[in-house]
Ligand binder design. Structure first.
Ligand code: NAD
Length: 505
């Protein structure tokens, strides 16, 4: 085994300065929990308030800058992110346990998304609709909210921060970001690369847990909150933000159904996509396929192909090894929770099939690993089906009719993603339209089905608001209408103002 790199120490970032904390958040490698990867300086309520004040002071000038100025700054920042991919990917891998190719991919994708946001914002930023006609003069402006705060989770820390930072900054908002204490290191370096390209105070980063998050989602100077994370945290943030009526983007958990129709093409490539749909990042993905419904006529065939392909492509081991596709879970609590969920399914009568190959048995015993599994014979109300497992296990169950599977998929109180698999595109789209989800993939599921232009977000208790595409930019703009009716223009015969507009001559 090679020597572990020295632990890094990452300060907070406020007003362009590296700011020390009141303590340190220690991050250990989930692959080898004895190894300390680094420390993030931890803030408190006072430091969070200071960051909000700094963002509040910097925002008007940033908003007043030309759209081209902001675009140039952010495009330069995207180039700077590209330059640190190779340096930061191992840090992300070691703090989170995500496989190295995906860490590289995530940071590279963050730069790509930053460029896409700059492009998608063209024409939206600073847009003004001006009407001057017989009804009067009206101007509709799209303006930034002001200070936007982002509270983000650990499972894709870089991209989930960028999905908020890029659209908020390009539209003239200033920001304070609070990454998850479970993966604060690489994302802060990426945000630092962006902050270096914008005026001091426009992008700030503070670290901490619920106390810091509470300030960032409640301070009266904060105009909008963007949150990705769990349902109960989202509910707490909604309650807190309600005190000052802040608009929110809430991207919460999912329990995505993947629906395999009887005419689905189940060749090896399709089955491999279905396997990755559940097991990338060890299943710790909001839009992972979390319950698979297959037409009864294809059940045996799918289970056979699924286990065969999974045994080939799921390699459990050190996420720094390029051959590994399934790393550890983020921490012991997550591992234990998913392990109990699988055990509970067996106690309720389901059977478990181990999937994949273990590359290094000794390492698996050391870190927070969980062997990938398939769960067969579960019922819809078993917790493994009814809750978000967020780990490397997935149930496959059979269905008989389309009406039945739509009802079963929609029975969840969550409505994030879903997928329909069919050789008939029209049929797949028709079924997809009946699903209560914010996003439906066709013939794939999870990351491979995303597109920079495709708005993503939840319905029901998976939240609201959208990321990606122009919808993801519009979240960070608000309209301001200025209206002068003709009759009240200087020199015109003004009415009393008592009648409804348009009803009196
Ligand atoms: P979490 O809710 O535990 O934490 C998210 C963030 O909220 C962290 O930064 C945490 O420190 C902060 N926080 C905790 N309590 C807070 C409070 N009272 N006030 C303000 N902030 C507070 O979530 P997690 O475990 O980091 O992430 C996993 C969850 O995120 C899963 O449910 C997953 O499905 C969801 N998720 C959703 C999406 C999506 O796009 N919809 C994407 C990724 C993850």
């Amino acid at each position: 085994m090679t020597e572990a790199p020295e632990a890094v120490e990452i300060p907070m970032l406020i007003g362009g300065d590296a700011v020390p904390g009141i303590g340190l958040i220690e991050r250990r490698n989930p692959t080898r929990p004895d190894e300390i990867v680094g420390f993030a300086h931890e803030g408190d309520a006072a430091i969070a308030e200071q960051a909000v004040a700094v963002a509040h002071a910097a925002q008007p000038e940033w908003a007043a800058a030309s759209p081209q100025f902001r675009a140039d700054a952010l495009l330069a920042a995207a180039d700077a992110i590209d330059e640190v991919v190779d340096e930061l990917a191992p840090l992300l891998c070691r703090e989170l346990g995500k496989v190295i190719a995906d860490c590289r991919g995530e940071i590279g994708f963050a730069a790509a998304y930053l460029r896409a946001a700059v492009r998608d914002a063209e024409g939206l930023v600073g847009a003004r609709e001006v009407v001057d006609d017989e009804h009067g003069r009206m101007e509709i402006r799209r303006v930034p909210h002001g200070v936007v705060t982002a509270v983000t989770p650990w499972n894709a820390p870089v991209i989930l921060a960028l999905l908020k930072v890029a659209p908020a900054l390009i539209t003239g908002n200033a920001m304070v970001v609070k990454p998850s204490p479970l993966a604060p290191l690489a994302v802060t370096r990426v945000l630092g690369a962006i902050a270096a390209h914008v005026p001091d105070g426009v992008l700030n980063v503070v670290h901490g847990g619920a106390e810091v998050g509470h300030v960032l989602t409640g301070d009266p100077r904060v105009a909008k909150v963007a949150f990705t994370g769990g349902l109960t945290t989202g509910q707490a943030i909604m309650r807190n933000a309600a005190q000052t009526v802040k608009p929110l983007v809430l991207e919460l958990g999912g329990n995505d159904a993947a629906i395999i129709l009887e005419d689905a093409l189940l060749d090896d490539a399709a089955v491999e996509r279905l396997v990755h749909a559940s097991f990338i990042t060890s299943g710790q993905v909001c839009m992972a396929a979390k319950r698979i419904y297959v037409h009864r006529s294809r059940l045996m065939e799918l289970v056979e192909a699924y286990t065969r392909i999974a045994d080939e492509v799921l390699v459990v081991g050190d996420p720094m090894d390029p051959a590994t596709t399934v790393g550890p879970m983020v921490n012991r609590e997550s591992r234990d929770r998913v392990q109990s969920l699988v055990l509970d399914a067996t106690e309720r009568g389901a059977s478990i099939v181990n999937l994949g190959r273990i590359a290094d048995e000794a390492l698996i015993g050391e870190g927070w690993f969980l062997r990938p599994t398939l769960v067969l014979g579960a019922r819809d109300d078993d917790p493994i089906m009814a809750t978000e497992q967020f780990g490397p296990t997935v149930p496959i169950v059979a269905f008989d009719t389309e009406d039945e599977v739509v009802a079963r998929a929609n029975a969840s109180e969550l409505g994030l993603g879903s997928s329909v698999w069919s050789a008939d595109e029209e049929r797949a789209f028709a079924l997809a339209r009946r699903l209560e989800a914010g996003f439906t993939f066709i013939n794939t599921h999870n990351r491979s089905g995303m597109a920079l232009r495709a708005p993503f977000g939840g319905r029901k208790q998976s939240g609201f608001g959208r990321e990606y595409g122009t919808a993801g930019i519009e979240e960070y703009l608000v309209t301001h209408t200025i209206n002068l009716p003709t009759s009240f223009r200087a020199g015109n015969a003004a009415g009393s103002g008592a009648a409804y507009p348009g009803t009196s001559a």
